[in-house]
Design a protein around this ligand. Structure first.
Ligand SMILES: [Zn+2]
Length: 425
């Protein structure tokens, strides 16, 4: 069956000849003209149609868009200011910060700036926000975690870093450092860590008290009054000196009853004076290491030390921390306010509750103001009435223990006061 190509503009259709005859488009279909003639005529039609199709209409020119003028610095800055606390902050680009002349923001740190803006609850004025954004970027760009400072975090808008006296809260900072990432510090993530610290301190971590008794000479009175501690389910720390001269069986029994035995110097040397005159090594050798070895040989678990007279130097602190996990200083001077201390310190101060120093009102106040994770460290010597002032009366001891128990304050052994996080889990 012969077919003919018909072109309509850009459409091409193959049509059987009989169909064209049927439509009457071809003459001679019925008068015997041969199909060759038909094809010639159609070819002419096709040729003339094809030559017409190349004459395309002249396109209408597109309208020319007006030239793009970048927003002014004021407009971009106002966009940044209004992005505080808004999801719109996600839409900010490097160009916005660039236009706003915030040169501290580069392409890599745009993310830190926008995440800060989206999450902040502050609404700073332009000039303050400029400084804040640059601090946020500086924080993000800190390469070494050890270079973080409380000041940089405060300047970056991380809240909860200032203590009651307006100074940086170093404990909050230390807690953040424990869990912060190694780099790429973002304000919202750090804020969560600070919030967790405050939550734990206010709601989770226990309030603690450690009472310690010093000197070999206190052994017998302490031994006789162990029942008082048992009555309140309280544990204490006994710092032993002159072990060679006292009843070591009683020392062992005190530990067996659940209390802690610490070291207080074999000869009760004044560490600051003796080490200055003879050197730290000789002091360590004579007053510390021999008795420590002997205590361990007896089976005592000794990890804490209390300075005789509270006398110390930086060098003696360092030397002791190679052999003990905790070292207690002693504050026995008058006029000093009792302070509660965080429970994770390796070196802490015990406050004297000896007969000539004790102030029950101050101690009760200290217990009332204890916060979670803090320990009130109190230190004394013998229990009972003695000529020497270095003792606590049974009445005062009873009052201190009973008050702590009534306030649900936990008694901790010095080596275990640091376990407050584990205890609260
Ligand atoms: Zn002593």
């Amino acid at each position: 069956m012969p077919r003919i190509l018909i072109i309509f503009g850009t459409w091409t259709i193959k049509v059987p000849v009989f169909f064209l005859c049927f439509l009457g488009l071809l003459t001679g279909c019925n008068n015997g003209n041969n199909s060759q003639e038909v094809l010639v005529e159609v070819a002419e039609v096709i040729e003339s149609t094809a030559s017409e199709s190349v004459q395309l209409p002249t396109p209408t020119p597109l309208p020319v868009p007006p030239p793009v003028t970048p927003p002014t610095s004021e407009v971009s800055m106002s966009k940044i200011v209004s992005a505080q606390g808004s999801p719109d902050a996600q839409l900010l680009s490097f160009d916005d910060f660039d236009n706003a002349q915030l040169a501290c923001v580069d392409i890599e740190s745009v993310i830190a700036a926008t995440i800060y803006l989206e999450n902040t609850t502050n609404s700073l004025e332009e000039s303050e926000l400029r400084v804040r954004v640059c601090s946020v970027v500086s924080l993000y760009n800190v390469v070494n975690k050890a270079d973080l400072t409380p000041e940089l975090l405060i300047e970056s808008g991380v809240e909860g870093f200032v203590d009651d006296t307006g100074k940086p809260d170093l404990w909050a900072f230390d807690e953040v450092m424990l869990d912060a990432p190694e780099k790429n510090f973002l304000v919202p993530g750090l804020q969560k860590l600070v919030n967790a610290f405050h939550y734990n301190r206010d709601n989770v971590w226990p309030k603690q008290i450690n009472i310690s008794f010093d000197d070999g000479g206190a052994l017998d009175s302490l031994y006789e009054h162990l029942w008082r501690f048992e009555k309140y389910n309280a544990t204490i720390t006994y710092f032993v000196s002159h072990l060679a001269l006292i009843d070591e069986q009683r020392v062992l029994e005190i530990e067996a009853q659940g209390h802690e035995i610490g070291h207080h110097g074999a000869l009760h040397r004044h560490a600051a004076i003796y080490s200055k005159e003879h050197g730290v090594e000789k002091w360590l050798e004579e007053d510390i290491l021999g008795q420590l070895e002997y205590m361990k040989a007896l089976g005592l678990n000794v990890t804490t030390f209390a300075y005789p007279f509270g006398a110390r130097t930086k060098q003696t602190d360092e030397a002791l921390l190679k052999h003990f996990t905790h070292v207690r200083r002693f504050a026995a001077w008058s006029g000093l306010e009792y302070r509660n201390q965080r429970s994770d310190l390796a070196i802490m101060t015990g406050f004297s509750i000896d007969s000539h120093r004790i102030n029950l009102e101050q101690i009760f106040k200290a217990m009332d103001t204890l916060r979670g994770g803090e320990t009130l460290y109190l230190g004394t010597h013998a229990i009972g009435n003695y000529l020497s002032p270095w003792h606590i009366t049974t009445e005062n001891l009873e009052a201190v223990i009973a008050y702590a128990a009534s306030k649900d304050i936990q008694f901790c052994k010095m080596a275990e006061c640091q376990n407050f996080k584990i205890a609260s889990e």
